[in-house]
Ligand binder design. Structure first.
Ligand SMILES: [Mg+2]
Length: 412
C-alpha cells in the first residue's frame, strides 16, 4: 500500500487549522493535525512544498521509517514548524494503519490501560464571582479537574481569562478562552509580576473554600516568572493542593526548574512549546518536573510523543498533553488514543471546540464522567468534511504580545 497523495487543507471554522490528508493507492485516507497557532501558513508551506512531494510512492505502513526519513533526512532537525509537519504525516499514517487493521488506533498502541482519559477544562474570571460561575459551570458539565486563571487587580487583560463573561462550556461560537485574535497584527497585553504574585494565592484560597478539596485544580503561569518568583508562587500555593503548576519559567532554560523544585512540593508541568525528547533530557532524568506537556500536534506525532512518554515513565513523570482549541479535533483524537493506551497517562487538557469546528472535523470521541474516550471505529475516529472546510477560508490571527508596565516586551 503506497502513499498516492498528500494534501494540505487549511480551514478556519472560528479559528485556523492546518490538516494533512494522506490518500493511499488502496484509497484509504488518513488525517493529521499540523496547526501551529499564529504561524499556520509556515507549516502548510513546509508540508506542501517540501514534504508532500517526498511522500508520494512511499510505503504507507512504514511509519517509523518515514518519521526517521523526515527527521534525520531533513538535516535541519527539530523546531516547531518541522516537528508539526512530521507530526501531521505520522498521525495520518497511524490513522491509515488502524483503518486498514479495522481497529481503533489505541488498540495498535497496546490497547486500553484505563477506561477513559481524565481531562481538565479552562475556568476563568475577571473577578471571584465570575470565576466561581465558570468553575461551577465546568463542574455541572461533568469536569472533575479545572484550570483556574484569574484577573489581576490593576491589569486590563490577563492570560487565560475569557474576555466574554458570557462564555460557557461547549456552546456554539463561544470559547472559554481563545487568545488568538483575528487581526493583521497581535494584540498587546500588559503584565505586572508582583501584582500577580500578591493576588493569586488568595484566589486559590477562595476557590478551595467555595468548592472543597475534591476537585483537581491547575494553574498556568505561562512562562512569566524568574526561578525565584516561581519558587515563591509554588510555595505559596502548597496549602491549596494543586494538581499542577504549569510553565512557571520560560521553558527553554531547563536549569531554572531546579531552583523551583528545591523550594516547593507543588507538582510542576512544562513543555507545551517543546517539540522533541531532547527538550526533556535533564528535566526528566533529574526529576525536576512531574508532567510533560508536549502535544502530538507539535512534537513529531504519536511516534514522537510516545517516545517522550516512555522516557518519562522511567522517572514516574506523566503525560499532560497541551490541548486547547489550537490543537484540532484530529490532534485531540490522537491524544485520546495515545492517552488511553500509555501506562503513564496523567491528564489531558480539554478546551471544548466550537460547534462550527466540530461540524468540519466530525470527531467521534466522547466526554463523560470527567474524561474522554475514543470511539470504537477504525482509525482516529474523525469524519473530516472537506466541502464544509472550504467554506471557512484562512484569516490571519495572532497570539498576543505581552509588555511590562514600563513598555518592555515580556514573555506572553
Ligand atoms: Mg499552558
Amino acid at each position: 500500500m503506497l502513499i498516492e497523495r498528500a494534501d494540505v487543507i487549511i480551514t478556519s471554522p472560528g479559528r485556523n487549522f492546518v490538516t494533512l490528508k494522506i490518500t493511499t493507492s488502496d484509497g484509504v485516507v488518513g488525517h493529521g493535525d499540523a496547526t501551529l497557532n499564529g504561524r499556520e501558513l509556515s507549516v502548510a508551506s513546509y508540508l506542501d512544498d517540501h514534504v508532500a512531494p517526498l511522500l508520494v510512492g512511499r510505503d504507507a505502513h512504514a511509519i517509523e521509517d518515514t518519521w526517521q526519513y523526515l527527521y534525520r533526512g531533513g538535516y535541519w532537525r527539530r523546531g516547531p514548524v518541522t516537528m508539526a509537519a512530521i507530526a501531521a504525516v505520522d498521525t495520518a499514517l497511524w490513522d491509515i494503519k488502524a483503518k486498514v487493521a479495522g481497529l481503533p488506533l489505541y488498540q495498535l498502541l497496546g490497547g486500553p490501560s484505563r477506561r477513559r482519559c481524565l481531562v481538565y477544562g479552562h475556568a476563568s474570571g475577571k473577578d471571584l464571582p465570575e470565576l466561581f460561575d465558570s468553575v461551577r459551570e465546568h463542574l455541572e458539565a461533568g469536569f472533575r479537574a479545572v484550570r483556574v486563571q484569574t484577573g489581576v487587580p490593576g491589569l486590563d487583560s490577563v492570560y487565560g481569562v475569557a474576555s466574554s463573561a458570557a462564555a460557557s462550556v461547549g456552546e456554539p461560537g463561544r470559547y472559554d478562552y481563545e487568545p488568538a485574535r483575528r487581526a493583521a497584527s497581535p494584540a498587546e497585553e500588559s503584565w505586572d509580576t508582583r501584582a500577580y504574585l500578591r493576588h493569586v494565592p488568595s484566589v486559590f484560597e477562595a476557590v478551595r473554600g467555595e468548592f472543597g478539596e475534591e476537585v483537581a485544580l491547575l494553574h498556568d503561569a505561562h512562562h512569566r516568572l524568574t526561578p525565584i518568583q516561581a519558587a515563591k508562587l509554588g510555595k505559596s500555593l502548597e496549602p491549596y493542593d494543586l494538581f499542577w503548576l504549569e510553565d512557571v519559567t520560560p521553558a527553554e532554560n531547563q536549569e531554572a526548574l531546579r531552583w523551583v523544585r528545591h523550594h516547593t512540593t507543588t507538582p510542576l508541568a512544562i513543555g507545551e512549546v517543546f517539540n522533541t525528547i531532547w527538550d526533556y533530557q535533564h528535566l526528566v532524568r533529574e526529576q525536576l518536573i512531574d508532567y510533560v506537556r508536549s502535544p502530538i500536534t507539535h512534537a513529531g506525532g504519536i511516534t514522537g510523543v510516545r517516545r517522550i512518554l516512555d522516557y518519562a515513565a522511567l522517572y514516574q513523570v506523566k503525560s499532560g498533553m497541551h490541548g486547547p482549541t489550537d490543537v484540532s479535533p484530529v490532534g485531540l483524537a490522537a491524544a485520546v488514543h495515545l492517552g488511553l493506551a500509555v501506562h503513564n497517562f496523567g491528564i489531558q487538557e480539554y478546551m471544548v471546540h466550537s460547534e462550527r469546528t466540530r461540524e468540519v472535523f466530525g470527531p467521534t470521541h466522547e466526554f463523560a464522567q470527567g474524561g474522554l474516550r475514543p470511539s470504537e471505529e477504525p482509525g482516529l475516529g474523525i469524519h473530516f468534511d472537506e466541502e464544509l472546510a472550504a467554506e471557512h477560508p484562512y484569516e490571519p490571527a495572532y497570539l498576543p504580545v505581552n509588555r511590562l508596565l514600563d513598555g518592555s516586551v515580556h514573555d506572553w
